[in-house]
Design a protein around this ligand. Sequence first.
Ligand code: UD1
Ligand code: CA
Length: 463
Amino acid sequence: MPITAIVLAAGEGTRMKSRHPKVMHKVLDSPLVGWAVRSAQEAGADRVVVVVGNGADEVRSYLSAFDGVETVEQTQRLGTGHACRVALEGAGVTEGTVVVLSGDSPLLRAQTVRDLAQRVDSGKESGCVLTMTPPDVTGYGRVVVDEAGRVQAIIEHKDCTPEQREALRECNSGVYAFDARELNAHIGQITNNNVQGEYYLTDMIQIMREAGLAVSSVHCDDYAELLGVNSRIQLAQATKIMQRRINEAHMAAGVTMIDPDQVWIGPDVTIGQDTVIWPGCYLLGATTVGTECTIGPDSRLTNATVGNNVLADETIIVDSTVDDDVHCGPRAYLRGGAHFCRGSKAGTHVEIKGSTVGEGSKVPHLSYIGDATLGKGVNIGGGSITCNYDGKHKSHTEIGDNVFVGSDTMMVAPVTIGDGALVGASSCITQDVPAGALALERSRQFVKEGWATEYFKKLKEED
Ligand code: UD1
Ligand code: CA
């Protein structure tokens, strides 16, 4: 039977004190709602329906990048039961298993969701609630069980008697699995006769039980998995837990981290065996790193494709590719589709944008190379720059194989330097240089023997 995940994400999130919806705040590079969607998809959900409301446009536009994710808008926040009903009706969820998740709980593991869904998917039960026992139970709905330990009902903190608040320690995590037919059949019975005047989804448990349906609970022993994010402090706490979880998975798979507390890796990053990551590194987006690399210290890789045996020392690589055996840094900045081919080098204080640097070519010191193609075995002298922008247009620079460009050369694009050419230092190259040619653009040097000695002597005599 199909599994549909309903992610409740319409809430206000006032405690974030933000102009953005709560679920768009990020834990390691992914908005909170992205984590919920990811767990649902990893758990095998065939459909994911996200209930949006507060900041709906922002959430919808982010989710449009995901395959198989639908959104339904809840225009009035009348409670979790209402939100769920809006999803069922809006997306037309009529059969199979429904799993309900909160958009603000990024730490929930896919395996936990899968196990919960299985209880209903197997046909054994019509409803199952995931419970937890946090150290501080304040604010959570409490799970009421009978003598046999079977779940009877959930009572919201605000609706509990003082005795219930004290006695009931098992709490509702806000994650559930339901049989879609039974959920549809009974969701209309939820009322808003409670302290908050809201339609509580939690009431489904008692309603289903009273209808003679089998309902149960599953206890999640790792309470941290269910940590909800309601404030920036909790956002930082969730980030810390997720950072540890991700880093430990990479270390278990053969990646060395000198200090995992100082390494931040996003959920979609892959890293090969025997790569060493030094402190101060961020690996984000769709970054892949090969084997035997050294990353950092202090490097940031965003949507970077990095081969094997690469050194990225104090280097920023954004939307760019670095092949095997490339050395970068310290302090290199590769961006906008830069491509360093095998064995090439980006040295110190260099910026490379939208350029291909051929095999074994070097840009070692203080250069800007933008919109250029460099062949194999090229050497770019220190301080040399491609002048690719005239204030309006970007133009291309073409540099052939085995070209030697002297230091402090300006290459005014569009311009081509042929294979094996040599450009003398300090030249301003505005015309194409043929293959094998020498190009030199500088005024002749002026020398007067003994002039300086006389000059300084005179200055001293004046004192
Ligand atoms: C809910 C549970 C509580 C549980 C707790 C766990 C209810 C009534 N209570 O309480 O038993 O212990 O989660 O964290 O369900 N939302 C909507 N539309 C609405 C209302 C809420 O989309 O009209 C979304 C919120 O954005 C949030 C989720 O549903 O993502 C939970 O709502 P929230 O108001 O935070 O419920 P809690 O008070 O935390
Ligand atoms: Ca909450």
